[in-house]
Design a protein around this ligand. Structure first.
Ligand SMILES: Cc1cc2nc3c(=O)[nH]c(=O)nc-3n(C[C@H](O)[C@H](O)[C@H](O)COP(=O)(O)O)c2cc1C
Length: 363
């Protein structure tokens, strides 16, 4: 099975299965002399960790990170960083009833068709347990980006219920179990999601990730576009079904006048040119595949959790019709836990492009 690596200069490779003894990630291309300890990585894993509210699965995975290589006396050495997380909550028995059936919405059928093997204990490599490794790599990427760059994610829609952007407050994101920037929407979502959860159902969501403090110039204009790489990064996250940059699909409804991010000269500098100031950011901080220096804005749609308690029609390994309901411990809305994963993927793409920018940019 190929395709376990992501990135060009800042490149990570994940390994391990959801029900094996451990999962991990090797981060290659991280520059030397960056301060890095387990305490720099752990908070991001804690943010993704399940079992923290009634709106996420009650599986208990402490997700304790161990740095096995690539750090000496609290600094990166420039050699491969190897990061490991032990799996401690592997209850295979929850999955025993579905071992001979394909779960709708999961990768069970496609994996079996392609590889001829069925890891019924939570999906093996296709399990979103793998996303913990991405979050660990993302913590390293944040070090590469430095303190001047902020990468923040928020949940902006659950089912049909959107946040009110006039109430957007980043400080609110850590005050509710949804990573929601609108406190009123968060309160409404709590009731809504309780209903979804109690009925044994699930619901989709939209995540927005914003990077601030980036220089202009990251990305290349053709096949290595920054927006192209971000779209790919987000689409590699489990359950993501759509990605938008900036105003995304909304752009199709606008006129050229409405969609123009107009520019004005900023204050003059010593050589006479002012850095331009953009009067809007519908493009999401990227023009021609290259960052403008504005916020980079990505949104992605996450489908509803496929494992639900309502019986669904499916087939078994013998090709016979059957029904399935997925017992076990699942999130009513996996979009919530996708927020730190989206942040991590954004950080990894940006760190990669920052290193590539240093190689190609005009001197
Ligand atoms: C953080 C995270 C946690 C997830 N947890 C679950 C889960 O508990 N139950 C489930 O059915 N799907 C879960 N998923 C989604 C599945 O992994 C995904 O739908 C499945 O592997 C099929 O892949 P696809 O939806 O990308 O086609 C999760 C996704 C993410 C991002």
């Amino acid at each position: 099975m190929a395709g376990n690596s992501f990135g060009t200069l800042f490149r990570f490779t994940t390994w391990g299965e959801s029900h094996g003894p451990a999962i991990g990630v090797v981060v290659d291309g991280c520059p030397s002399l960056l301060s890095l300890t387990e305490a720099d990585i752990q908070p991001w894993l804690d943010k993704r960790r399940p079992g923290q509210s009634r709106y996420t699965t009650q599986r208990q995975e402490p997700d304790q990170i161990k740095i096995l290589s690539g750090v000496f006396e609290g600094q990166t050495t420039g050699t491969p960083l190897s990061l490991m997380i032990e799996n401690t909550d592997q209850r295979s028995k929850d999955y025993s009833e579905i071992a001979a059936k394909f779960r709708p919405g999961h990768a069970d059928y496609t994996y079996w068709k392609k590889y001829g093997i069925r890891d019924y204990r939570g999906g093996g490599r296709s399990s979103a347990r793998e996303t913990a490794c991405r979050v660990a790599a993302g913590a390293v990427a944040r070090k590469v980006l430095g303190d001047g760059v902020t990468v923040r994610g928020a949940l902006v829609q659950i089912g049909p219920h959107k946040v009110d952007r006039s109430r957007w407050d980043w400080a609110e994101v850590d005050n509710n179990p949804f990573f929601c920037p609108d406190p009123q929407a968060a309160a409404e979502w709590a009731d809504y999601l309780d209903g979804i959860r109690k009925s044994g159902s699930s619901i989709g969501a939209v995540v927005e990730v914003v990077a601030s403090g980036l220089p202009a110039g990251l990305g290349d204009p053709l096949y290595d576009k920054l927006d192209g790489d971000l779209a790919r990064a987000m689409m590699t996250i489990n359950a993501v079904k759509g990605v938008e940059i900036g105003n995304g699909f909304e752009a199709a409804t606008l006129t050229g006048e409405q969609n123009a991010d107009e520019m004005r000269a900023g204050p003059a500098t010593e050589d006479g040119y002012g850095e331009p100031e953009f009067r809007s950011n519908l493009a999401g901080g990227i023009l021609g595949g290259i960052s403008t220096g504005q916020d980079v804005v990505v949104r992605f749609a996450v489908k509803p959790t496929s494992s639900i308690l309502t019986p669904r029609q499916t087939v078994d390994l013998q090709g016979k019709d059957t029904d399935i309901l997925t017992k076990g411990r699942h999130d009513p809305c996996v979009g919530i836990r996708a927020v730190p994963v989206g942040e991590a993927m954004m950080a990894c793409v940006l760190a990669d492009h920052l290193l590539r920018h240093r190689a190609y940019a005009r001197g």
